[in-house]
Design a protein around this ligand. Structure first.
Ligand code: DHK
Length: 146
């Protein structure tokens, strides 16, 4: 069975497309999901978004049990959530941390990611197109092109 990929999105990303378009662009989360499914090809892909930290921790546990590769945009929880960091520490990997914006070019509150300490790789600043890039990178790391 091809290893699955779980794409997890944090708070406020359900508003993508109309949320601060100058920073996050006009692509909606549904369009992001479609681009991830295209990139995943035959690989099983779960795509989720929550505004709740505990729900995201539960999804990371599910990804661990499924031995999934994880693409995660924890959004604002990137810089605050030790529970998400602790959950990711248990993941078999690969883990690609993703940010639509280049967090290092933004206000200082967005500079220190807790997740980067356990991520295999980080993508930031490619806009919504970063998501299919992350999915293809996970497939490469699996050693299984789509
Ligand atoms: C999304 C958010 O909601 C912010 O809190 C992050 C991230 C950046 C993004 O660029 O996708 O800082």
């Amino acid at each position: 069975m091809p290893r699955p990929i779980h794409v997890l999105n944090g708070p406020n990303l359900n508003r993508l497309g109309k949320r601060e378009p100058a920073i996050y662009g006009h692509t909606t989360l549904a369009e992001v999901e479609a681009s991830c499914r295209d990139a995943a090809g035959a690989h099983p892909l779960a795509f989720r978004q929550s505004n709740y930290e505990g729900e995201i921790v539960g999804w990371i546990h599910e990804a661990i049990d499924a031995e999934a590769g994880i693409v995660i945009n924890p959004a604002g929880l990137t810089f605050t959530s030790i529970p998400i960091l602790d959950a990711l520490k248990m993941a078999p990997g690969p883990i690609v941390e993703l940010h639509i914006s280049n967090i290092h070019r933004r206000e200082a509150i967005y500079h220190k990611s807790l997740v980067s300490t356990v991520a295999t790789a980080v993508i930031a600043g490619l806009g919504a197109r970063g998501y299919p890039v992350a999915v293809r990178a996970i497939l490469d790391l699996f050693g299984e092109a789509a």
